[in-house]
Design a protein around this ligand. Structure first.
Ligand code: GBH
Length: 464
């Protein structure tokens, strides 16, 4: 197997607006659903909020210098919708757009390619008050917002991502309620999923109409590498149901122009899907320039084991009988099993399923309990091991024909890890939340060597 990444392979790091920016009241920004949610007692661990986060809004120039020192070729960030269009409709906030213009110009000046995500979960609260993603109207609001951002930044950003992980927005936001807006209504979650897909389709149309021809448009999904615990027909059926509710619910309409029939049958007791209109599937399937894959860990499922009562609302409405099992292997601080084989499986699946569609790994990484030593250095060998094994697997997929143009580590910086607040650190750069000082971890130096050499071997000798 080759140990060298292809010439021109793009090395990046990713963040998201609400997780890093802070400055939630600056320049006319209004609350998003995550401001409301994090300020609701009991929703986020220890009452943490994104009010300050990494203060990236005020420290972006320092962060771009850090990226430059790492040798990053690309930076994936998201635009905060309520920062650039405060009411979720109507006029833009010039001050809000100016922040992203300055950020992008600074990136370009350092030779770092901006990769812009339009929606990484921070819906303007006003739109949630009008019904949020379960309402069709929200998809149209998203298309207007996409057009507005494209008009402002289209001359300098080439890579555009409509949505980040619509599965999380729909099912963690509206079914389990562990994410904003914290609703627990399975039917609403399925409506939300559809309207997120519709927003993607309408958004791609708006981007194509506004952006210069060289621009590339994508979506970032979190496909679930789901396996059956055994080869029994019951366990295989459990796998099929989760595959429908986690994967094919989005890849069906977005990549193939149709919902899978089994999804409708499995969820028939929850909704009749009458909110899907005749032309929607055609609107949702827009040609894409590439597909973003976020990967952390695989899933193992079986048919109901009956040994534990269902705990709270399910993230998989219509598959309540399915039991999830912890896959074997070491775990990260999130409790997620380290197992890169799911990444290989997904890359090969998409290259078979959608021949000719380039892929990028838009997120991959791990949380560990990083602490500075008595000299202030942060050693994170487990993260190096995690990234190393996943990059090894990526090399194998490339050798086996997967068309992957880039890799983005999650995350550049420790940041607000949603319902876990600041307790979970994913960064290759440590953030001291008292002083907001940035300290590159050992993994950052390791990553810099991988980027510099395009090889894994060098990094391994020096850092493990
Ligand atoms: C990504 O989400 C996000 O894009 C990013 O913002 C975040 O910081 C990062 O990963 C790290 O979490 O147990 O049923 O709730 C990853 C989201 C997490 C979705 C694991 C599926 C398990 C589903 N994934 N989750 S469930």
């Amino acid at each position: 197997m080759p140990s060298q990444f292809p010439h021109g392979f793009v090395w990046g790091a990713a963040t998201a607006a609400y997780q890093t920016e802070g400055a939630v009241h600056a320049d006319g920004r209004t609350p998003s659903i995550w401001d409301t949610f994090s300020h609701t007692p009991g929703r986020v661990r220890a009452g943490d909020t994104g009010d300050i986060a990494d203060d990236h809004y005020h420290r972006y120039d320092q962060d771009v210098r850090l990226m430059s020192q790492l040798g990053l070729g690309a930076y994936r960030f998201s635009v905060s919708w309520p920062r650039v269009q405060p009411t979720g409709r109507g006029p833009a906030s010039q001050a809000g757009l100016d922040f992203y213009r300055r950020l992008v110009d600074d990136l370009l000046a350092h030779g770092i390619q901006p990769v812009l995500t339009l929606y990484h979960w921070d819906l303007p609260q006003e739109l949630e008050d009008a019904g949020g993603w379960p309402e069709r109207e929200t998809a149209h609001r998203f298309a207007d917002y996409a057009q507005l951002v494209a008009g402002a930044l289209g001359d300098r950003v080439q890579e555009w991502i409509t949505l980040n992980e619509p599965w999380c927005s729909a099912f963690l936001g509206y079914a389990t309620g562990v994410h904003a807006p914290g609703r627990t209504d399975a039917a609403a979650a399925l409506r939300a999923a559809h309207h997120l897909s519709l927003a993607h389709g309408l958004g791609v149309q708006a981007l194509r109409a506004t952006l210069p021809r060289r621009a590339r448009v994508a979506v970032a999904l979190n496909p679930n590498a789901v396996r059956a615990r055994s080869a029994s027909a019951e366990d295989e059926d459990a796998r099929r149901r989760i595959d429908a509710l986690a994967n094919r619910i989005f890849t069906g309409p977005m990549l193939h122009g149709a919902y899978p029939a089994d999804l409708f049958t499995d969820t028939a007791a929850i909704t009749d899907w009458s909110f899907v209109q005749a032309d929607d599937a055609r609107t949702i399937r827009q040609p894409l320039d590439w597909l973003g894959i976020n990967y952390y860990t695989p899933s193992v499922v079986s048919a109901a084991t009956g040994d534990r009562p269902p705990s709270g609302p399910t993230a998989y409405p219509g598959a309540e009988e399915v039991t999830f099992h912890q896959p074997p292997g070491t775990r990260t601080a999130m409790g997620w099993t380290v197992d890169p084989s799911g990444l290989y499986e997904l890359l090969m699946r998409f290259c078979r399923e959608v021949p000719g569609l380039p892929l990028a790994i838009t997120e991959n990484g791990a949380a560990y309990d990083d602490k500075p030593d008595d000299r202030g250095a942060v050693h994170d060998p487990e993260r190096i091991r995690y990234l190393h094994t996943h990059l090894e697997t990526l090399l194998r997929a490339l050798a086996d024909g997967a068309d992957v143009w880039g890799y983005f580590v999650w995350s550049l910086l420790d940041n607000f890890e949603w319902a876990h607040g600041y307790s979970k650190r994913f960064g290759v750069v440590y953030v001291d939340y008292e002083t907001l000082e940035r300290v590159p971890k050992t993994s950052a130096r390791w990553y810099r060597e991988v980027i510099r050499t395009g090889q894994l071997t060098v990094g391994k000798q020096k850092f493990s």
